[in-house]
Design a protein around this ligand. Structure first.
Ligand SMILES: Nc1ncnc2c1ncn2[C@@H]1O[C@H](COP(=O)(O)OP(=O)(O)O)[C@@H](O)[C@H]1O
Ligand SMILES: [Mg+2]
Length: 377
């Protein structure tokens, strides 16, 4: 997916950008804002748009992800707060030799919450947030330069602002941007030029699963590199509980322990998928059931009231079993089966760790390199 090219319309006057999933079309004479709500690459909607930029780039609506939605990653959250929130809240602390960080790189295995952290920053920090995917940058050199220039100019005009470039490694991966080496070089060059001319109050934040792919100059340019590791035991337990939320279950502490053990090597995203799949199992039990029996439990319409005329799926030989399907159960009479450890065991069949130990070692080595760089810089 991406913006394959920029077409220029012939009509003169006011310049504005019109984006489809495949092209960024710079048309002229378009003054009325679009009626439809567009989706940006971080999944939030945006009604207003900048005159010079594709409309989905600048966030006008917060993505509604809060710091509290991010489980674990305390080091990353604290580092981001220090770099982003504190300078805005206490600007007097960042005068003279103590300057605000202008480049932050989030790196870590896929699914460890880098884009999610960016959404939290966009929600919690009072910055104008620009969210860009390298694929937003089209293949035509002149328009690329214009896009990048406009992006940084808009960010300066609307500061304090953050330009978030997700999957920033794609910018350095020649073939994904363009087959023309010259074009790739010019795009990178323009980025560097703009990044070097950053003023106080404008931050560039990048995210990548493969930090070692970035040019050395780009790696060095990011003063703050924040690692999002795979979740440790405690964070995995917290995530499992968080993703189960209020769904009824009958897991005992020992069940949690075994799920936590088996999720070693899983990312937050993989754990979320595992839990989501386990939470679906009771619904499948209902769909597949050939027999139901009378049961008592919290009323589906008012959970504070206990009803004793509910129906729950059961085996054909269980006492009180009546042959029927879920289609015969009135909507307000179903007693939802609780999620069990077996549901998790089944869910494990279709999930696996996100990264192997070689990949993890690569991240560890990279983190060591970054630490040394910071020590001697
Ligand atoms: N630490 C976390 N806390 C809560 N949810 C998480 C966490 N890490 C990942 N997730 C879940 O996984 C999804 C994918 O994470 P994402 O930020 O896109 O990963 P990345 O950008 O690192 O590849 C998120 O939308 C979120 O639902
Ligand atoms: Mg991501």
């Amino acid at each position: 997916m991406g913006n394959a090219g920029i077409k220029k319309s012939s009509a003169p006057k006011t310049k504005t950008a019109n984006v489809t999933s495949e092209t960024v079309t710079f048309t002229e004479n378009v003054s009325a804002p679009p009626k439809s709500v567009e989706k940006s690459n971080l999944g939030f909607s945006s009604k207003k748009r900048s005159r010079e930029l594709p409309k989905h780039i600048m966030m006008t609506k917060k993505p509604n992800v809060h710091w509290s939605d991010i489980v674990g990653l305390n080091v990353a959250k604290e580092a981001l707060k220090e770099a982003i929130i504190i300078p805005i809240k206490f600007p007097h602390l960042f005068k003279g030799k103590r300057s605000q960080v202008t480049g932050i790189l989030l790196y870590g295995p896929p699914g460890t919450g880098k884009s999610y952290l960016a959404k939290a920053v966009a929600t919690e920090a009072s910055y104008t947030f620009f969210s860009v995917l390298p694929t937003d940058i089209s293949k035509s050199t002149r328009e690329n330069k214009r896009f990048i220039k406009n992006l940084f100019e808009e960010a300066k005009a609307k500061k304090p602002s953050i330009i978030f470039i997700d999957e920033i490694d794609v910018l350095c991966n020649n073939r994904s941007i363009s087959t023309d080496v010259g074009t790739v070089y010019r795009i990178k060059n323009e980025f560097f030029t703009q990044m070097q001319g950053l003023e106080n109050g404008v931050i560039v934040m990048g995210a990548t699963n493969v930090p070692w792919v970035l040019d050395l100059t780009m790696q060095r340019w990011f003063q703050k590199c924040i690692y999002t590791p795979l979740p440790e035991k405690a964070a995995r337990r917290h995530m499992i509980e968080y993703f189960i939320g209020t769904v009824p279950h009958c897991l005992i502490p020992r069940d949690f322990d075994s799920i936590v053990m088996r999720t070693d090597g899983y990312s937050g995203e993989a754990i979320e998928e595992l839990v989501r799949e386990a939470l679906m199992m009771p619904l499948r039990k209902v769909q597949r059931a050939t027999h139901f029996k009378m049961s008592s439990g919290p009323s589906p319409t008012n959970s504070t009231v206990c009803s004793d005329d509910l129906l729950s799926p059961c085996g054909p030989r269980e006492q009180g079993a009546t042959e029927m399907s879920w289609m015969d159960v009135p909507g307000d009479k179903l007693l939802e089966p609780k999620v069990t450890v077996w549901d998790f065991i089944k869910s494990f069949d279709s999930s696996r760790p996100t990264v192997n130990s070689d990949d993890l070692q690569r991240f560890e080595d990279y983190s060591k390199k970054i630490k040394q760089r910071d020590l001697y810089s």
